[in-house]
Design a protein around this ligand. Structure first.
Ligand SMILES: O=C(O)c1cccc(C(=O)CC[C@H]2O[C@@H](n3cnc4c(=O)[nH]cnc43)[C@H](O)[C@@H]2O)c1
Length: 237
């Protein structure tokens, strides 16, 4: 079974309409949809917005459901001057915590570079980025040749100004900003569960101008990509 996961229900509405032989299952007091999507056994669920809710809900789901893999889908922002534009599809080769660290007069210091003692036998090590270039990712790259592929950046503080946007792009070389991916990658790494992250671009980062945002389009593009992947035999070669 594959767990198809998004932050919000709007990001799976199209997928849920296509699930057949469906039944509702409970996880942590929330409803998930179990069934068959394009010939693949799936559970479709939602974590809520942001890294904390993603970590909490995904931990529950992996513990209770034990999926063979997770596909995280949703909308995301694209950094200026690089890669995808609105309505394009993006696949994550890695996930980076973009704003975990310290902002100083001389720039941003990633948390991983601070001299905080960590003891892995007592607590999990903090890791700034997670590689997602697994066999699942490489299969998806082949099945979705139109997709932009590269690092994704997860933030709590979204880049609503051109300055912050450019800074994050320069520091990370990311192609897509979001609020959940690195947390999903961290939890999946802990559980040794393969993760694929697929996002449709809903907006450029650095602007809040309404005419530059199309959230329904970003959500649709990501879901259509999930359908294409399953129809083309991802996980069922
Ligand atoms: O109102 C704003 O200026 C604003 C800026 C960034 C994001 C939001 C959201 O409400 C997005 C929440 C939701 O969508 C994903 N998402 C979509 N675009 C972005 C983005 O440019 N930066 C970060 N996250 C984005 C995100 O994964 C959340 O689930 C509002």
């Amino acid at each position: 079974m594959v767990l198809v996961l998004a932050a919000t229900p709007a990001e799976t509405a199209l997928l849920r309409r296509q699930v057949i032989s469906s039944a509702t299952v409970q996880c942590g007091g929330r409803e998930l949809l179990r069934g068959n999507l394009c010939g693949t056994a799936v559970v479709v669920g939602h974590a809520g917005i942001g890294a904390m809710l993603m970590a909490m809900q995904l931990t529950r789901m992996l513990t209770e459901l034990r999926p063979a893999a997770v596909i995280l889908c949703g909308c995301g922002g694209s950094y200026p001057d690089r890669g995808p534009g609105i309505g394009d599809l993006a696949l994550a080769s890695s996930e980076i915590y973009g704003d975990c660290g310290v902002t100083t007069d001389s720039g941003f210091i990633p948390l991983e570079q601070l001299k905080i003692p960590q003891q892995s036998h007592l607590a999990p090590l903090f890791q700034q980025s997670y590689k997602l270039d697994t066999p699942l990712y490489h299969q998806a790259v082949q099945l979705l040749p139109q997709a932009y592929c590269g690092p994704f950046v997860t933030v709590n503080n979204c880049s609503g100004t051109p300055e912050l946007s450019r800074q994050l792009q320069r520091l990370t070389t990311g192609i897509c900003e979001n609020m959940e991916g690195a947390a999903a990658a961290q939890v999946c790494a802990e559980f040794a569960c393969p993760l694929l992250e697929v996002r449709g671009i809903s907006n450029p980062t650095g602007t809040r101008a309404d005419e530059q945002w199309d959230i329904p389009l970003g959500m649709r593009v990501a879901q259509e990509a999930v359908l294409t992947l399953l129809q083309r035999g991802l996980l069922n070669p």
